[in-house]
Design a protein around this ligand. Structure first.
Ligand code: IMP
Ligand code: MG
Length: 173
């Protein structure tokens, strides 16, 4: 049977997401609009909570990329399954991701976003596993830095399960 051990509680996540939201708002002075693009599927819950902690000057979009298939190992292949629905040109864009692991996905996404003439591109990741990095990527906003565990919950899955957990847990055996 598969077990899960809580790593980050609902309350810890809520508090951290609220402070990230405040930090982001402080970083975009003058009431400028901020366009957040969540990376599906993992980023959906983080996005939902982040925007609810922000003021009304946000707009949202979604992008879907393939990453892991069904297992826990990175394929190194990134494929765009669903692109954004409106132009990024001239906008302040923030890529909203669940986790940066090897960095391959984000590295690729940041490149294609920058090529679309936005006014700025930043990245927000709820989690970072720096010990797993294969390529260097810059992440502007990181919720929590964690050790090399495979984690699930709060958007993150294992074989499409556990995304609905309101907390983040380490998957055991
Ligand atoms: P990267 O390209 O290796 O940085 O992986 C990025 C993607 O892999 C993330 O957006 C997740 O969808 C997935 N991923 C990486 N680590 C984990 C994990 O511990 N649990 C669940 N999904 C993960
Ligand atoms: Mg993801």
């Amino acid at each position: 049977m598969t077990t899960t051990t809580v790593l980050l509680t609902e309350a810890q996540i809520r508090e951290r997401v609220a402070s990230l939201a405040a930090e982001i708002e402080r970083d975009y002075p003058g009431g400028e609009d901020i366009h957040l693009v969540a990376v599906l599927k993992g980023g959906f819950m983080f996005m939902a909570d982040l925007v609810r902690a922000m003021s009304t000057r946000v707009s949202m979009d979604f992008m879907a990329v393939s990453s892991y298939g069904k297992g826990t190992k990175s394929s190194g292949q990134v494929m765009v399954l669903k692109d954004v629905g409106s132009s990024l040109e001239g906008r302040h864009v923030i890529i909203v991701e669940d986790i940066v692991d090897t960095g391959l996905t984000l590295h690729y996404l940041q490149d294609i976003f920058k090529a679309r003439a936005p006014r700025s591109v930043r990245t927000a990741c709820l989690l970072s596993k720096p010990s797993r990095r294969q390529v260097e990527v810059h992440v502007d906003y990181i919720g929590f830095t964690i050790d090399d565990h495979f984690v699930v919950g709060y958007g993150l899955d294992y074989a499409e399960k556990y995304r609905n957990l309101p907390y983040i847990a380490v998957l055991g055996d």
